[in-house]
Ligand binder design. Structure first.
Ligand code: PLP
Length: 390
């Protein structure tokens, strides 16, 4: 292997059987809306012990129809984490809802339950309680869902888990996606995530009404169910648009790739854990803070984020980032706090609004981690980090 080849922070794994599965669909009668999408939905929902899976053409689309199915609309509030991809917050904005953030926990980088509690307490007084709270399982580590669900009970909000990073993760014996402490969970199948369909996403739920509504919203708001129509069907061709929906459907081509990838999901998680363990051991003497894992959680290890330990290094994140990039290590930053994006600042957010997220951002670097990363690739990353940091 070329020692100096670029090592990306994440990369899909495509095997001959994946290609075969996709080609089989291409040669079949249906390339979209055939039998493979429902099989993929079944495979994912079975895997995470949820009753229903609703596939979509991205996690962003799935988050949007998830919010709509819970009737999120103008005058409602959606709260999420500032350390996420912009899509989590945008899902609320697409519905015309107000969006706000809850600062992160300084150790797990997930939404802080203490901060959530305090914000809910204040929102109750001002009459601005959220309709939907969207915790994000950052880097694949599950949020404290039992605590968030307890607050949902008390304050009456609904929960959508943004599990874009977390298919294959568990907490207290529950699989992420089982919706044991939420209404809906959403996965992403973008190529950098845990399994891929090219572009794609899926919502899981145990509520038949939410599943039906999401399916309808993802396909133009059209129903073919006579009992949902306001008249008798004219005939077997008949359908009705009963609300405004979208074309968010996944294709059979994508689903075939996803279904084939599902076979290796557990192996991917296993491999990500081994790589993370090796990083934990090898980086322990460097001036970085390695990811802390909360007791009772099993991460999907989508990302391995190190934070510069400012107590033991004077190096700036920028210097470390550029030195690693120069050494062909594809480091990345997850994430720029969403509230500091210009399009969010225009809504009134300011730098300083979520200080823990902002200080996390100044020191965080994601280093390469993907299931088929070789030990010599990992060694190259570790060596480069040592050279830069000591
Ligand atoms: C990737 C990602 C999304 C969006 O996923 P797409 O499938 O690309 O639409 C949403 N939220 C988080 C946290 C993500 O990482």
């Amino acid at each position: 292997m070329n020692k100096d080849a670029y090592i990306p922070y994440g990369r899909q794994d495509i095997q001959p059987q994946d290609i075969e599965a996709v080609v089989e669909v291409l040669r079949s009668d249906w390339i979209t809306q055939g039998p493979v999408v429902p099989r993929f939905e079944q495979a994912v929902s079975d895997y995470c012990n949820a009753t229903y899976g609703v596939a979509a053409n991205s996690a962003t689309s799935a988050l949007h129809i998830a919010c709509l199915s819970l009737n999120l609309g103008p005058n409602d509030w959606l709260w999420t984490s500032p350390i996420t991809f912009v899509a989590s917050a945008n899902a609320g904005r697409y519905c015309g809802a107000h969006v706000d953030f809850v600062d992160i926990d300084p150790e797990t980088y997930n939404m802080s339950v203490a901060a959530l509690k305090e914000k809910l307490h204040n929102a109750e007084k001002s009459g601005t309680l959220p309709k939907v709270v969207m915790p994000v399982h950052f880097a694949g580590q599950p949020c404290d869902m039992p605590a968030i669900a307890e607050l949902a009970q008390h304050y009456g909000f609904r929960i959508i888990e943004d599990a874009s990073h977390a298919i294959g993760a568990k907490y207290n014996g529950y699989k992420v996606g089982a919706c044991s402490h939420s209404d809906i969970t959403v996965f992403s199948f973008h190529p950098v995530k845990i399994i891929t369909t090219g572009e794609g996403g899926m919502a899981t739920t145990n509520d038949p009404d939410l599943a039906r509504r999401m399916r309808r919203l993802g396909s133009h708001g059209i129903t073919r169910e006579p009992k949902e129509m306001d008249t008798e069907p004219d005939g077997s061709w008949y359908y009705q648009q009963i609300e405004l929906g979208f074309n968010y459907r996944m294709t059979d081509i994508q689903a075939a790739l996803g279904l084939s990838q599902m076979e290796r999901l557990d192996a991917y998680i296993q491999s990500r854990h081994e790589l993370a363990d090796r990083y934990n051991k090898s980086l322990s003497l460097l001036p970085v803070i390695t990811p802390r894992q909360k007791q009772g959680t099993k991460s999907a290890w989508h990302l391995y984020v190190v934070k510069l330990d400012k107590k033991s290094t004077t190096l700036e994140r920028k210097e470390v980032f550029y030195s690693l990039r120069k050494a062909n290590i594809g480091v990345n930053i997850h994430y720029i706090p969403v509230h500091t994006q210009p399009d969010f600042k225009r809504m009134g957010f300011k730098t300083g609004d979520f200080p823990i997220a902002e200080s996390y951002y100044k020191e965080a670097i994601s280093i390469p981690l993907f299931p088929h990363m070789t030990s010599s690739q990992q060694e190259a990353v570790i060596t480069a980090l040592k050279e830069v940091l000591v």
